[in-house]
Design a protein around this ligand. Structure first.
Ligand code: BJW
Ligand code: ZN
Length: 259
């Protein structure tokens, strides 16, 4: 920790790459842990365009559940420590998050790149319009739906006409989230690339480092000799490439490292 703190004190351009683990202590389940199921589905089963086309009602129930869950959650000490870092005006801090929950922004972080989109944005399948949407519920037909338990009673599909629709052209809306097999937005990737190329310290918080392209960001930074510190409950496939690994709940380890 003392070696890290020396480097941290001198760093001027810091990138924070976060994943689901940073929100775990806020009560939001991670993807690959034991809480990674919704009913009997893993996120890979529902987070794809194919799944949405096959059963938009089921996929919207899944996202409705997660939106409503996040409405009840607050940022934790790790999000707050990251936000306080940005508030110190002598350095440039960029948060690159894989999370779609908006908790970095709720904690006060301003310079946030959302790599995988947001639970609180929709995209129209017909006209392409992207809009912020914090309605609760997102449409009347989803009210009371989305129970996560494996034995939740099965209910009829919601007809497409009653799922979230575009106010401009009445096309079907989808969550503005990057699903498996979809490309990340070019402009978002470019912004992330610029911050990663310029940083002199990178903190990797609560990600399993298995989903690409985000999984290669920090190893690439480490390859050009920049210190990378990983904060995780356990080692990941990328740990051996990093200068520091702080094991434990990031709600404790991150504030301790950044104070
Ligand atoms: C704690 C903690 C505490 C817990 N404190 N720590 C190259 C090679 C192989 C495959 C591919 C490749 N390039 C692309 C692919 C395919 C695919 C991919 O990577 N698959 C892998 C699984 C193998 N990638 C894509 O499809 C991407 N698209 C793309 O690259 O397009 C071009 C292309 C397509 C196809 C082929 C080739 C090129 C898009 C990826 C989009 C990811 N989307 C998801 C779902 C979003 C939907 C939603 O939210 O509903 O995003 S997947 C899911 O994983 C979600 C997350 O953002 C992402 C990362 O997960 P994360 O954040 O790391 O969470 P976990 O749960 O995995 O880990 C939590 C960690 O926290 C753990 O390590 C815990 O220990 C730790 N932790 N509590 C500290 N308190
Ligand atoms: Zn539209």
């Amino acid at each position: 920790m003392s070696a890290f703190k020396e480097i941290f004190k001198a760093a001027k351009r810091i990138v924070i790459l976060s994943g689901a683990g940073i929100s775990a202590e806020s009560g939001i389940p991670t993807f690959r842990g034991s809480g990674g199921f919704w009913r009997t589905y893993r996120s890979q089963d529902l987070a794809s365009y194919g799944a949405f086309r096959r059963d938009p009602s089921l996929v919207w129930e899944f996202y409705h559940y997660r939106r409503e869950l996040v409405f009840t959650k607050k940022p934790n000490a790790a999000h707050q420590a990251v936000a306080s870092l940005e508030a110190q005006c002598n350095r440039q801090v960029t948060v690159i998050t894989q999370n779609v929950d908006g908790l970095h922004q709720s904690a006060g972080s301003k310079n946030v790149i959302e790599l995988h989109g947001s639970l609180f944005k929709t995209r129209c399948l017909s006209c392409g319009e992207i809009k912020e949407n914090k309605d609760s519920p997102i449409c009347p037909a989803l009210e009371g739906r989305g129970a996560p338990e494996a034995d939740a009673p099965s209910r009829d599909c919601i007809p497409e006409a009653l799922l979230p629709r575009c106010k401009k052209c009445s096309g079907l809306l989808r969550p503005h989230i990057v699903w498996f097999g979809e490309n990340l937005e070019t402009s978002v990737l470019a912004q992330a690339g610029e911050a990663l190329d310029e940083c002199d310290l990178c903190l990797v918080i609560g990600t399993s480092s298995v989903v690409y392209p985000a999984a290669m960001f920090a190893p690439q930074v480490a390859e050009r000799g920049v210190p990378v510190a990983e904060f995780n409950m356990e080692p990941t496939p990328a740990t051996h490439q990093f200068m520091f690994h702080f094991e434990g709940p990031c709600g404790t380890t991150v504030p301790e490292a950044l104070k």
